[in-house]
Ligand binder design. Structure first.
Ligand code: SAH
Ligand code: SF4
Length: 421
């Protein structure tokens, strides 16, 4: 979602005659769009600000803007931590940047806006002209979260759950189609809880599928408790809905799931996976795992390992639990690093093996690939198969936006390689 937001910020800045540039030492203005989900991302922000400060030591100071979830969470504290920052703007207030910059230039005062009015943000964003063409495009349809998992900052940084008006979502998609988009990835922190006056995610996907030029639809990220029957069944009914789902589980231990306030058990999760497979036998799953949550014993960890073995994931994100200030879990006693690191290694070893095994199972098979662009190597084309795995082929005649059957010849953990079938 930060990538989607950053692109919108670029478009907003263009309305006041700023342009995105690549040269780090020639900017009039820096905007850091930040992530607060784990401590490491937050720490990096301040060390990166230090780097910019150094580069501009003997030059005119650029306007420095801190945007995103670190800005939201730390608010005025940002100015205390770094006097280099001029404007602080939260993830639901960045649409005001053109005005904030104008005001800053007039008054040379520091400004902060951490308002959580999502409606107003999308009202402004809808007027932006999309100039970029992209075969696969993100569209935010939902933001925020009311679930309050005990480890997570999202409900505090992105605010309460909000679903966008489906007609405005469709307008945005049609504008993207005009620029060549073939695949839509619907975004939200809890995208499967999308509901705009009765239009659920399943109903929205059905509307999008009616747009002729859209060939593929995906959505991320979902919470296991938000799936209705219609949405599960849609994987079997709607060929444009791709057979790959990111479904974070966090842990395979019922005790830990309860301590996390996830409101589902391991068997609820496994049953959901089974339900999907009933409708679409080849559907593949990826997930998120938190390792070493406070209270996690060796047995809890093994429960997670067992769940991974039962599901067989094609790709996953796994991180050691990170204490986040202000969340209920931040009060709990943490587990020694030596233990969590060992568990992470074991868990990732298994997840990586499953990923390689899955990719290798594609060898000597045909995949259906939507091609997105050429790589730096001019002869190589990049696309993704049905399951989201990157596929590379050497072929000069392919065009971006084409869908082709590809015979897979080789695989590694992250990529597949093949030729036109
Ligand atoms: N809404 C989604 C996840 C959004 S947050 C869900 O409920 O599953 C993205 C991922 O960041 C989470 O799935 C979780 O694995 C990770 N995450 C969030 N807070 C974390 C923390 N305090 N420490 C480590 N990982 C965390
Ligand atoms: Fe965070 Fe997802 Fe839990 Fe919401 S449901 S609090 S976004 S992990």
């Amino acid at each position: 979602m930060n990538e989607y937001d950053s692109n919108k910020i670029v478009e907003l800045m263009e309305t006041i005659s700023f342009q995105r540039i690549d040269k780090i030492d020639e900017a009039d203005c820096f905007i850091f769009n930040t992530c607060h989900i784990r401590q490491k991302a937050t720490q990096k922000v301040y060390s990166d600000i230090g780097k910019i400060k150094k580069i501009y030591k003997n030059k005119k100071k650029p306007i420095f803007i801190l945007a995103g979830c670190v800005a939201q969470a730390e608010s005025t504290l940002v100015f205390e931590k770094s006097d280099y920052v001029d404007i602080v703007v939260g993830p639901q207030a960045y649409h005001k940047l053109p005005n904030l910059i104008k005001k800053y230039l007039q008054k040379k005062m520091k400004f902060i806006d951490t308002n959580l009015n999502v409606d107003e943000k999308f009202d402004v964003l809808k007027n932006l002209v999309n100039k970029k063409s992209s075969i696969s495009s993100f569209v935010t349809i939902q933001e925020g979260c009311d679930k309050f998992c005990k480890f997570c900052v999202v409900p505090y940084t992105r605010g309460p759950e909000f679903s966008r008006d489906h007609s405005k979502v469709i307008d945005e998609i049609i504008a993207l189609v005009d620029k060549g988009t073939k695949e839509i990835i619907l975004l939200g922190q809890n995208v499967s809880s999308y509901n705009y006056n009765g239009t659920t995610l399943a109903k929205l996907i059905k509307k999008i599928a009616k747009i002729n030029s859209i060939e593929r639809i995906r959505f991320t990220t979902s919470h296991p408790n938000d799936f209705d029957k219609e949405l599960i069944a849609l994987f079997g009914e709607e060929p444009k809905l791709m057979p790959q789902l990111h479904l974070p589980v966090q842990s395979g231990s019922d005790k830990i799931l309860k301590l996390m306030n996830r409101n589902h058990t391991k068997s609820d999760y496994l049953k959901l996976i089974d339900d999907f497979r009933k409708y679409r036998h080849d559907i593949q799953f990826s997930s998120d795992f938190i390792v070493g949550y406070p209270g996690e014993t060796e047995k809890d960890h093994l429960d997670t390992i067992n769940l991974i073995n039962e599901v067989n994931f094609t790709m996953s994100y796994s991180f050691i639990y990170s204490r986040r200030p202000g969340t209920p879990a931040s009060e709990y006693k943490t587990i020694p690093k030596i233990v969590t690191e060992k568990r992470l290694q074991q868990l990732q070893g298994l997840l990586f093996k499953q990923q390689i095994d899955f990719n290798q199972s594609m060898i000597n098979n045909e995949n259906i690939v939507l091609f997105e662009n050429k790589t730096q190597n001019d002869e190589q084309f990049f696309g993704r198969n049905q399951y989201m795995v990157p596929v590379f082929i050497k072929n000069k005649s392919i065009k971006a936006g084409e869908i082709k059957k590809i015979f897979i010849e080789n695989a590694n953990r992250n990529n597949l390689f093949g030729k036109i079938a």
